[in-house]
Design a binder for this molecule. Structure first.
Ligand SMILES: [Zn+2]
Length: 307
């Protein structure tokens, strides 16, 4: 059986034609349309039609992981802050225009599901997954199934509370974990720190990305250290809380920051190992995602198997 899987992210869309066992038959990458729901819709529909045309048989379903708060039962987009789309009946329109089964869920939910089916957490029944990139997204798999909550927006771990009244987050609330450890906020901290400490190594050209900021810290720059210390503390607390809440067999860390700086995963692991809650926290493996840019689209293609 062949399925279509799409990853509709804030900047790019990946479309795959794949088998049930996760073998990729065809892959297309393109830019995502932002601020224009009709263009976004047309791009998604055209991509599904293109992949259908490439398929050796009629695909059984078209499945989409999208960076949005989405009702997985209907495919209705409540709100996609980074795509700047709100209240859009994506599932209903695709179903009507394409006449094939359509499945839609949040992108990080799909990414964690993909890793649980085909990647680093293959075969693991209870997984807590955290994807740390521009923002922080999470997906929780229990008994092999995604935890979605009453409205399909469960597991928004990045927007749980770290510091009451703290930094303003992109979600409109203050003090979320994402506002301390998401890539966009780390970069904003660097800009602020450079204004206050223009002589810091942090402000040199080579420290323009997060890898450079990490290097400045390793070279002894105290301003860079203060920024990373705060981000890593936030991640350590968040992962420890999630482990305590969900008792997973595995914690999975992914996203661009973890991919570019595996030292961040090491720092979180070190803290987890040092915990002795109920004598078992330190035994839970903390693993890095392995499917990279295919995780969300491959996970989306597993949505028809989810209840
Ligand atoms: Zn938030």
């Amino acid at each position: 059986m062949v399925r279509i899987g799409l990853d509709v992210g804030a900047t790019k869309t990946v479309g795959l034609l794949c088998t049930e066992s996760g073998r990729v038959l065809h892959r297309v990458r393109q830019k995502s349309a932002v601020k224009d729901p009709d263009k976004l819709y047309a791009d998604i529909r055209n991509l599904i039609q293109k992949l259908t045309g490439e398929s050796p048989e009629r695909p059984a379903a078209a499945c989409i992981g999208i960076a949005a708060f989405v009702d997985h039962a209907t495919g209705h987009i409540h709100y996609a802050p980074n795509l700047q789309v709100e209240n859009f009946p994506l599932g209903e329109r695709l179903q009507r225009d394409l006449g094939m089964p359509i499945h839609i869920d949040n992108d990080v939910n799909c990414g964690v599901l993909g890793e649980a089916r085909f990647g680093a957490a293959r075969g693991v029944q209870h997984v807590v997954g955290l994807f740390i990139g521009t923002g922080i997204g999470a997906g929780i798999v229990t008994h092999g199934h995604l935890l979605r909550g009453a409205r399909g927006i469960a597991a928004e771990a990045g927007h749980t509370l770290f510091i009451p009244g703290g930094r303003m987050c992109g979600c409109g609330r203050r003090g979320c974990f994402e506002a301390y450890a998401g890539g966009r906020f780390i970069r904003e901290s660097v800009v602020r720190a450079c204004r206050a400490h223009p002589k810091s190594r942090l402000c040199a050209e080579e420290a323009k990305n997060l890898t450079g900021v990490w290097r400045a810290m390793s070279d002894g720059d105290p301003v860079a250290r203060a920024i990373w210390d705060k981000a890593i503390l936030a991640l350590r607390v968040l992962v420890t809380n999630l482990v305590t809440l969900f008792d997973p067999e595995m914690v999975l860390l992914g996203g661009t920051i973890i991919h570019e700086l595996p030292q961040v995963a090491d720092a979180v692991r070190e803290f987890l190992v040092a915990q002795r809650l109920r004598g078992i926290l330190h035994t839970i493996p903390l693993t890095q995602a392995v499917l990279g840019g295919d995780a969300v689209a491959l996970g989306a293609a597993c949505l028809p198997d989810q209840p």
